[in-house]
Design a protein. Sequence first.
Length: 122
Amino acid sequence: MNNLNYINATDARNNFFDLLENVKKRPYPINITVKGVPEAVIMSREEYDSWVDTMETLSDPELMDQIKESEADFKAGRYQTLEEVEREFGWDKNKIVADKSKKKYVSSHFKQSSKKRIKKAR
């Protein structure tokens, strides 16, 4: 690891907001040292959530068994392509589905959500 992965506690305190901005841009954590010894780690929220998800997955024996079984199935050629699954379930990419209970229409085309301005209450 290089020196970019370490910062001493004094520099971390003096440049805290810069450190926060920097850690959000990095794919790996930064060690905070005291007298040259790593004592704490700072990482982005996204990275932290990823670690937590991984630990939860690894600690679930039933899920790990399912993953291993899926890997074995894939290696043995026991799988379906996306196109095969779409045909099996009759999924049409151009189909529009109406949800009358919620009075909205759902397209099978994925769109990026747009940010809407929220009107302030007067």
